[in-house]
Design a binder for this molecule. Sequence first.
Ligand SMILES: *Cc1c(COP(=O)(O)O)cnc(C)c1O
Length: 361
Amino acid sequence: MSDEAKRRVAHWVRTPVRELKAYAVPSAANLIKLDAMENPYPWSPELRAAWVEVLRDVSLNRYPDPRAQTLSAGLRDALAVPAGAELMLGNGSDELIQIILLALAQPGRAVLAPVPTFVMYELLATVAGMRFVGVPLRADFTLDRDAMLLAIAREQPAVVFIAYPNNPTGDVFPVADIEAIINASPGLVVIDEAYFAFAEHTFMARLAQYPQLVVMRTLSKQGLAGLRLGILAGHSAWLHEFDKIRLPYNINSLTQASAEFALRHRDVMDAQAAQIRRDRGELALALQALPGVQVYPSAANFILFRVPGSASAVHARLIGAGVLIKNLDHAHPLLAGCLRVTVGTPAENTAFLQALRTALA
Ligand SMILES: *Cc1c(COP(=O)(O)O)cnc(C)c1O
């Protein structure tokens, strides 16, 4: 029986899919969780009570608004989407990346991004049957503009992804380099601004200027990772096509109601982001003070750093001490020896630093 299942899988499941490694999410039970760029702050009891009141009135027997019109209007305003640009919502920005790639996929076509970067670009490009071309950053994780322009000229990519700031390195690539990439790209350029709340740099206002540009945001890194809400802004000609691939009710009623509620209270999210930005500075200074540790500048809510000796061993010792961060030791050759920590609460950051000091000793 299981042999027969395996035989059929080997025959019918596409080779690129069988060769993929699933996106791994480690268990964080009983650990201080600083691995996934989540906002560590819950809402106050009063705010939670008000939110639950809103959810009480959601009609679960009905399908959600397929266009999430009320939420979209609120988002346009909150995200300062320029006139002329349209919005499309996704079940997380992961879904938006998938929709874009499904729309552009054709055998042989390339998807290009500087690497190391957010792994879903390559994973979803592979699933869509496209060729992923990663252009290595320099050893200090700055953008290699000339290498990018050469690769774009050679590969003529259907789409270029730029995470701005980049994950897992945390840096914001220079505006002039990104403009050169946009101008050189024959297809679509996606600027992924998942960390906008912590970087405050954006290409949103340039949508009118560049018809080949779309800008992606998400509420995940700002305290609403559980809701799954991603936002794509761009010219209606692109979004009109992408919208045909989007499943009709991809944003469920609870997410729509909750996100509308969150937007009405966005001062709370903004204050939390400001707190995280301050704590990021302190955490970076404390990391820099550790002997042998190299810290990379970050405009996001995480910090990439390199440790002397085996990063995997340090990572394992941190788990032993009750702290989960991200091990990037084997994620890409440029990341050898690197770990990534999400900025947590001051108490979590202190516990992490204490555990790291011990792990490095
Ligand atoms: C976390 C992350 C995302 C995914 O966000 P979701 O909206 O939770 O799917 C997208 N892009 C980058 C660069 C990220 O780091």
